[in-house]
Design a binder for this molecule. Structure first.
Ligand SMILES: *Cc1c(COP(=O)(O)O)cnc(C)c1O
Length: 432
């Protein structure tokens, strides 16, 4: 299958779409068409990697990665993504736990799949020449997932930029404990400075070609595609259990995760409603209300991985669905402020004795706001990170300690090191 920019332009193969990240015209790569699959085509497949290989096969058809796709899926999706039933059959509520990967957030899925694809593309030597340097700016979760996924891969180097003193202590540890082919740089500035530096480096032709710079940011289609697979798995599982399609509430920032859910439904999976939960960055719900797309600077919230004022993947969603009326027919959205996040974390802990992260809390809040009749559908809330990653927020609210899961505990036991740089391109270039 070929991939096109949301703004038109020439079709490219999937290898090129993955290695270049963004299209030359500034648009985002999307597949030229979406396959439709019948649920029966997944009969006998239970594991996430098997479902992913089946679902994604049409996208890789004709590419140099087609044959390796099952191995790529097995390697990348080697941790559980369980659907945990929380409440009864009358008002069935389940949580899709996306935090059992190495860095305890759903971004492990996309980052690991991207790494498995890129390392094969680089080894093949056709679309990229080793060594390549992946340059990534992070406000927290992305950098850790990318560093973990690419650590130790031959022919690929990773440089992570994070804002010094502005990520949670556990997030910082995940960014700085790798060594080997991963270089972590603390930028004396804010996330916006990190992002500006990355953009400036990509815009410098000499720097770009000398280091063969590649991006692994969340708009890379290689991160987006595999995210549809866990919606497929959860939807099929729920359909078998309740004989009805499931509805999803997705914590949303840059809209990659939510968009992957829309893709899964368009590909024929049994998915009913889709609701995007945002924090106080309300660009998406405001758009659905007013019809005006008004991106704006982000504001800081407790659900920091969702602090996005200009969600990039809206461009893909609009290209797929059409105008705002069509969009209202497909998805809904609601905003949740910090007080509501705090109250939800406390309230849900009282109900079920489970600590949820601030991002997951936005989706649980919207679930509790649904009218009773709506809650008779089977709903799935997507849990995007483990509460232990956000211990400094969750523990004081609950008055209990939240232990990291084994994978995270392992990472936290490693020594960490990083260098600091001024927020200038020269300083970055000197370290590349
Ligand atoms: C990145 C992230 C989100 C937002 O996902 P998008 O794909 O950007 O919408 C939500 N929760 C957590 C924990 C994240 O790391």
């Amino acid at each position: 299958m070929k991939f096109l920019s949301t703004r038109g332009g020439q079709a490219v193969c999937i290898e090129q779409a993955i290695m270049s990240g963004t299209a030359p015209d500034g648009g985002l790569y999307v597949p030229e068409s979406l396959p439709t699959l019948r649920p029966a085509e997944f009969d006998g497949l239970d594991r996430i990697d098997q479902i992913a290989a089946r679902l994604l096969a049409p996208f890789f058809d004709g590419s140099t990665l087609a044959e390796a796709l099952p191995a790529i899926c097995a390697e990348a999706l080697n941790f559980p993504v369980p659907l945990r039933a929380l409440e009864d059959r009358e008002r069935p509520l389940s949580v899709l736990e996306m935090f059992h990967g190495p860095t305890a957030a759903f971004k492990d899925v996309g980052a690991r799949f991207l790494a498995a694809c890129m390392s094969r593309i680089v080894a093949g030597g056709i679309y990229a020449e080793a060594p390549v340097t992946i340059l990534v700016a992070t406000s927290g979760d992305t950098g850790g997932a990318v560093a973990a996924a690419f650590h130790g891969r031959p022919g690929i180097r990773v440089v992570v930029l994070f804002p010094e003193g502005r990520v949670s202590p556990r997030q910082q540890h995940q960014l700085t404990c790798w060594g080997d082919n991963v270089l972590s740089l603390a930028v004396r500035g804010e996330f916006d400075d990190c992002q500006r530096l990355v953009k400036a480096a990509f815009a410098d032709p000499a720097l770009r070609s000398r280091h063969r710079l590649c991006s692994a940011n969340s708009i890379n289609v290689g991160r987006l595609l595999p995210q549809s697979a866990y919606y497929a798995k959860a939807a099929l599982e729920l359909q078998r259990l309740h004989d009805r399609p499931g509805s999803f509430i997705v914590p949303t920032g840059n809209l990659g995760n939510g968009f992957a859910c829309v893709w899964a439904r368009r590909m024929g999976l049994p998915i009913d409603r889709i609701v995007f939960a945002t924090n106080a960055n309300t660009t998406i719900p405001d758009f659905l209300d007013s019809g005006d797309w008004r991106p704006r600077p982000s504001v800081a919230t407790l659900a920091s991985a969702m602090d996005v004022g200009d969600p990039s993947n809206m461009e893909r969603l609009r290209a797929l669905v059409g105008d705002v009326d069509a969009l209202r027919g497909e998805v809904a959205a609601g905003a949740v402020d910090d007080d509501q996040i705090r109250a939800t974390i406390v309230d849900e802990y009282r109900r079920h004795g489970i600590a949820w992260c601030p991002h997951t809390a936005t989706a649980l809040y919207l679930y509790r706001q649904l009218p009773a009749a709506e809650r008779q559908r089977p709903w799935i809330v997507v849990a995007t990170a483990h509460a232990a990653k956000f211990d400094t927020i969750v523990e004081p609210l609950l008055g209990v300690s939240v232990d990291p899961p084994p994978e995270l505990a392992e990472i936290l036991s490693w020594p960490s090191r990083f260098d600091s740089i001024e927020p200038e391109l020269d300083a970055l270039a000197a370290r590349l």
